[in-house]
Design a protein around this ligand. Sequence first.
Ligand code: ADP
Ligand code: MG
Length: 340
Amino acid sequence: MFSQSPSLGEFDLIQHFFKAESDAMLSEENLPISLGIGDDCALLQTLPNEEIAITSDMLVSGKHFFADTNPEWLGHKALAVNLSDLAAMGAKPLGFTLAIALPEVNSKWLESFSKGLFAIAKTYSCPLIGGDTTAGPLNICITAFGSVPKGKSIRRSGATIGDDIWVSGSVGDARLTLAALRHEIGIEKTDLELIQSRMHQPTPRVHLGIALRDIASAALDISDGLLGDLKHILKASKVDGRVFLAELPKSAYLLQQSEQIQNQFAACGGDDYELCFTAPSTQRETIAQIGHKLNLALTRIGHIQAMKNAESSIELIATDGNLLNEQETATLLKSFDHFA
Ligand code: ADP
Ligand code: MG
């Protein structure tokens, strides 16, 4: 596929940047993979009473990332966003495949990409087990496989009236980073260096997802923005939600911005890869213990209520305790669109 690159052919490339590390990982760790890279298919060992969770995410240059993004960050993020989907279902990572189109064989780029990719793969014991490599505009597509005991997956459709709505970590920092990189807002250079990993190297909440299996009634990961994503849970569960803007967990960096920016970025900023989940109020103590054990903030931001109209909706409560009317809600969402 890479006729322009006499130095390194397709199979050498796969061997050098993907297969060697993958084989090493499979030999070092006792993972449920019978066959990794090298044959026509990889083979996953499955257990009785287990369901396999499967998810794909594609990252396209110029759309999902800047072409000159640090390839190590890219390797991390390409797998992180898939692990985040597994986490949202309560699935434990098993392995992943990588389909990649490369404009050229750039060894330095591939070295760095592979470094970021395998670092996070090892953190979550999720080996690369196959894929495809071709020449073309830079495009990275990962499919990840996870395992969850039969019937224990956390779906979007399980929220019920009276459940609490929770969110992990803090929300809005990825959006804050993007705004800073685009010079839409001012931020100290040192602060930017500290928060930009929130956009470039998100942490998939894998351990949280697994811990929530018997506790959460519904869950998803936040990729497009908290409120927009929460709507998916509400719609699938046929309920409404009420969210208190003052309760949204914000980082110290976001708290330095105007209240309007804080609310917009926390409520609607994308790329956070935190988990938003619902759970009965009887689980509050257990959830607090999980947060403590994982050293991860888990914040109750609202609750589920009965549907008022034909379509699910979210009632937003402003910092002053008043319900935002339709106009105010639209303004909050619209001023975000202006940035988008
Ligand atoms: P096939 O012709 O059967 O599709 P390929 O020649 O494309 O196989 O690939 C050879 C082996 O290398 C296969 O096991 C495939 O899964 C693996 N592979 C190809 N590209 C990648 C990649 N980017 N990452 C991991 N494994 C890959
Ligand atoms: Mg084949």
